[in-house]
Design a protein around this ligand. Structure first.
Ligand code: BTN
Length: 255
């Protein structure tokens, strides 16, 4: 069914009709010793998880609900690099397969026409200064009609079908993502973070533009400069000073 063209990624692929969350299965399998590159795919999730304890709508056949177990030989502080890497993989697959112009909104939302089509959730198990495993969750809205999104996210959520006007083959997309992921991961091992950073910034949403940024404490205007190897967003404030942000929201839409 999967017809994967990979060497190691997805060689162990667990497919389920329905689960609470592929992330939870990822943790269970990883604790039982599942190898690097193990993939979990579900047709439907009952309790799909997003970042910041948000829920993620994951209805049957409407999208990619997938988690990947990785065992990188990295220090925990380098884990964000893997998330940024994953975002570049999704952007490139969408650009090539979908003939669309995806953008990556920091830290790791995939947008098409300013609307979110995909998100990444990275969860890590680390011991002292070494990563034991990472479960990287990829959610991609593929075949939803726009009207399917709940009111509160409709203005900022979309699907591939919505933005390209036609339905997509989910299995084929998964094949392409895993192949590109494997390749990009190998480039990362050989050449480090630099090529990932360049690709990320190429697709980066509103890089070199002035945007409104908000944190828990304040809201201000700044120019987005790029990303750092530790996952931080680098910005330039109106007084010319540079700053690294680890947690912040970039406002949607104009300014
Ligand atoms: C986000 O943008 O907030 C991240 C969304 C991540 C959703 C995916 S779907 C597959 C995996 N399983 C989950 O429960 N969540 C991730």
């Amino acid at each position: 069914q999967w017809g994967l063209e990979t060497k190691w990624m997805g060689k162990h692929l667990h497919h389920y009709d329905q689960v609470n969350s592929t992330q939870d299965i990822g943790h269970e399998l990883a604790k039982e010793g599942a190898p690097h590159g193990t993939v979990i795919v579900a047709d439907e999730q009952l309790k799909g998880k997003g970042r910041k304890a948000r829920s993620w709508h994951s209805k049957k056949g409407e999208g990619i609900w997938m988690s990947i177990i990785l065992r990188p030989d990295l220090a925990p502080v380098q884990a964000p690099q893997i998330t940024l890497l994953a975002a570049t993989v999704l952007a490139q697959v969408l650009a090539v397969e979908g003939d669309v112009e995806p953008q990556i909104k920091w830290p790791n939302d995939l947008l098409i026409d300013h609307k979110k089509v995909s998100g990444i959730l990275t969860e890590m198990q680390a011991e002292q200064d070494h990563i034991q495993y990472i479960v990287i969750g990829i959610g991609m809205n593929v075949n939803q009609d726009g009207s399917k999104f709940p009111d509160d996210i409709r203005y900022k959520a979309s699907s591939l079908k919505e933005s390209t006007g036609h339905a997509w083959d989910i299995t084929k997309l998964i094949q392409k993502i895993l192949k590109k992921f494997e390749h990009t991961y190998e480039v990362f091992l050989k050449e480090g973070f630099k090529p990932i950073k360049l690709t990320w910034e190429h697709y980066g949403y509103r890089i070199d533009e002035t945007v409104t940024i908000s944190t828990m404490k304040k809201k201000w205007k700044a120019t987005l400069v790029g990303i750092e190897a530790d996952g931080a967003l680098q910005i330039r404030n109106e007084d010319g000073s540079h700053e690294k942000l680890y947690s912040a929201e970039i406002e949607w839409g104009e300014g």
